[in-house]
Design a binder for this molecule. Structure first.
Ligand SMILES: Nc1nc2c(ncn2[C@@H]2O[C@H](COP(=O)(O)OP(=O)(O)OP(=O)(O)O)[C@@H](O)[C@H]2O)c(=O)[nH]1
Ligand SMILES: [Mg+2]
Length: 659
């Protein structure tokens, strides 16, 4: 897909293409920092810009080295930590300086006043330097002239945090780094960390090492020993770093054997200023300068490609890692969605089951109430007969009394009063049975509604534990609120107004009233009538006056009782007491039933809303996940082929550069 080539033009085009693709991928994966890195790489590759950063701990002679290259003391240097800003030095025919301030403004300054803006030599200059973003210094350095090269003086690393950050940002945008180490303090742990974290990790194309201040040693052999020692430590550090890389071998090749120059920047500067060739020779500066010029003229393009490739490898590796992480995440989310569907199904079927139980319970309660009422009614019939029997038994019957006109009306009255009492008892019994039924009923529905009310919370709580964003819709919240209100009314009715569910028990239903002129009398009269018949007939048929003796009185009671019973049965049947009780029970439960039905209907729609809502949300999530997965899967082969190409190219570049 990406043919390996080292033709500069062609390779540049391929790399620009790759950068475009990686930008798109970074965008899809939301890797903003990578987009930035690629934008930057694209710009540098197109501009063919070449930046050299001079780095190291403070006071190692960074500024002095740049001065030595220029042959003039253009940058301030000092025995105390000095450089406070980034200073970019590039070619111009005449020396000049511009200051870019933090607030975005830019100002040209007089060249010799540079120290007032870029150092921390005194509190005033330090305060000014704090407002400076960077200084641009233009100077006629001959070999910078045609090559769009800039050299960057950086504040000492590890001196202050914000300065370290400034230097770091520059390292991501430079092709070559010169690391300055002092011959006096051979390669500290801090310096080894600078090398790894700031240079190698940032994919700088090439790193050159300078052991400065060799003039501090008298003997050449001491200088050699120090340089060897430092070179060895640098190699160790690079090896250590390479072992942590995905491809240690390539990482090592890319850096190559570290190139270390021992020199005295201070002597070189002085020699150039005074044209002292002997001192210049002594400074060992010429070797370094010569090699630097060669690198800049011969390897510049290769290094630019190398830096770009390094950035591409860095970015594509991170993209590949992100893809694999996101794939895992998406797989997990997919599994979770299935889990979610299962949770929803099980919760919904739980609540449906519960609803069936409630309906069954309601049916049972009604039929139990009806059965009990029927039993009470049957018992009522027996009670009435018993009451009549007791009255009849206790009545003294003599022939003389039977003849008395008041006898039968009195007897009837007694019986009807007694029947009224029994009737009231029945009313109370049935009433209390119904109240009990209602209470059970209401309790059951409230219990169920509580369950319904908790259902969404239960479901959403379980779903929340998964990593997927599911929310309770307003519709659900509103419906649950309706269920709540209906249930509150149900409770209120039950607690405050039982009458609502009750029809007042009307004794009329049983044709028995306390009012003696009413139906009670009617029964009495009826019984009287029935009795008068046989008695009259008896009189007529010869019972007549003989009714006066004991056996006749006993016979009267024996005949009278069944007649009373028949009269009771007839009256109850005539008034259809069974039906009345049935109706009464049903009517008493009708209001609760109506309300329960409404609650159950609302609950039904809550369940449906929740279910359809969640199913919809899950479906949406699934579509989203599938889409993402597809996008990511499509990226995979391309990222792999980019990585392969970049690694091959990197290897080629290393070979050519070290040839
Ligand atoms: N003897 C000797 N002194 C040097 C040499 N190079 C630099 N110095 C001195 O070391 C001190 C620090 O030099 P600078 O160039 O300011 O060092 P720097 O690394 O830029 O320091 P910061 O900007 O503070 O990070 C100055 O006093 C220099 O004159 C050298 O080769 N030999
Ligand atoms: Mg400095």
């Amino acid at each position: 897909m990406y043919p390996v080539s080292i033709d500069y033009q062609e390779t540049t085009l391929i790399l620009l293409n790759i950068i475009k693709v990686l930008q798109q991928f970074s965008q899809i994966l939301n890797l903003n920092n990578l987009i930035f890195i690629m934008e930057n790489a694209e710009k540098r590759l197109k501009d063919h810009q070449f930046s050299i950063a001079v780095v190291g701990e403070f006071n190692r002679g960074k500024s002095t080295l740049i001065n030595a290259l220029c042959g003039e003391e253009i940058l301030p240097s000092d025995i105390l930590p000095c450089s406070a800003t980034l200073n970019r030095i590039s070619y111009a025919e005449k020396p000049s300086a511009k200051i870019n301030f933090q607030d975005g403004s830019e100002r040209e300054i007089e060249f010799y006043k540079l120290a007032n803006f870029v150092t921390k030599k005194n509190t005033e200059s330090q305060a000014v330097a704090a407002t400076v973003k960077e200084a641009k210094v233009y100077y006629p350095i001959s070999y910078f002239q045609h090559n769009k090269i800039e050299i960057i003086d950086t504040p000492g690393l590890g001196d202050e945090d914000n300065m370290t950050a400034v230097t770091l940002s520059v390292l991501q945008q430079c092709e070559l780094a010169i690391m300055i180490i002092s011959a006096q303090f051979p390669f500290s742990i801090t310096e080894s960390n600078i090398l790894i974290d700031k240079l190698l990790e940032n994919g700088v194309g090439e790193v050159l090492f300078i052991v400065n201040e060799i003039d501090r040693f008298d003997k050449t052999e001491d200088v050699e020993r120090v340089i060897n020692k430092i070179s060895h430590r640098i190699e160790e550090t690079i090896n250590e770093w390479a072992q942590d890389q995905i491809n240690p071998e390539l990482a090592l090749k890319k850096i190559g054997k570290p190139r270390v120059w021992g020199l005295s920047a201070l002597q070189a500067l002085k020699a150039k200023q005074t044209h002292d060739m002997a001192l210049l020779g002594q400074s060992q500066f010429v070797n370094f300068e010569h090699d630097l010029k060669t690198i800049l003229s011969e390897k510049r393009s290769l290094i630019i490609l190398q830096v770009t490739v390094n950035q591409i490898i860095k970015v594509v590796t991170e993209i590949i890692e992100t893809i694999s992480l996101q794939k895992e995440l998406l797989d997990r989310q997919q599994a979770q969605l299935q889990e979610m569907s299962a949770i929803i199904d099980s919760e919904v079927s739980k609540i449906r089951q519960k609803k069936r139980e409630v309906i069954q319970f309601i049916d049972d309660t009604i039929s139990t109430a009806q059965q009990q009422a029927q039993t009470s009614t049957y018992k009522f019939q027996q009670d009435l007969k018993k009451a009549a029997e007791i009255i009849i038994d206790n009545t003294t019957v003599t022939p003389a009394e039977i003849k008395n006109d008041n006898f039968l009306p009195n007897l009837s009255n007694q019986i009807s009063t007694s029947l009224n009492e029994a009737s009231n008892k029945l009313t109370q019994n049935i009433e209390s049975e119904i109240i009990q039924g209602q209470e059970l009923f209401v309790a059951k529905i409230l219990d169920f509604s509580q369950f319904v009310e908790n259902m969404p919370d239960n479901i959403y709580h379980k779903l929340k534990q998964l990593e997927i964003d599911i929310s309770l819709t307003d519709e659900v919240i509103q419906q649950i609120e309706t269920v709540n209100q209906l249930c509150n009314n149900l409770t209120a009715n039950n607690n405050n107004n039982n009458e609502l569910f009750l029809i007042s028990f009307n004794s009329d239903s049983f044709m028995i009233q306390n009012n003696p002129s009413g139906v009670g009398t009617g029964i009495g009269a009826g019984i009287g009538l029935v009795l008068l018949g046989p008695i009259g007939a008896g009189i007529g048929a010869g019972i007549g006056a003989n009714i006066g003796n004991r056996s006749r009185a006993k016979k009267f009671k024996e005949k009278f009782q069944p007649l009373v019973n028949i009269a009771i049965d007839d009256k109850l049947r005539e008034k259809n007491i069974n039906q009345i009780v049935d109706d009464y029970v049903s009517q008493a439960l009708v209001e609760v039933l109506r309300q329960a039905k409404k609650i159950l209907e609302t609950i039904n729609s809550v369940i449906e809303t929740i279910q359809s809502n969640l199913v919809e949300q899950i479906a949406q999530q699934e579509t989203l996940i599938n889409h993402k997965k597809q996008q990511i899967t499509q990226m995979e082969p391309e990222t792999q082929s980019i990585l392969n190409y970049a690694q091959n190219l990197s290897e080629k570049l290393v070979k050519i550069r070290s040839a």
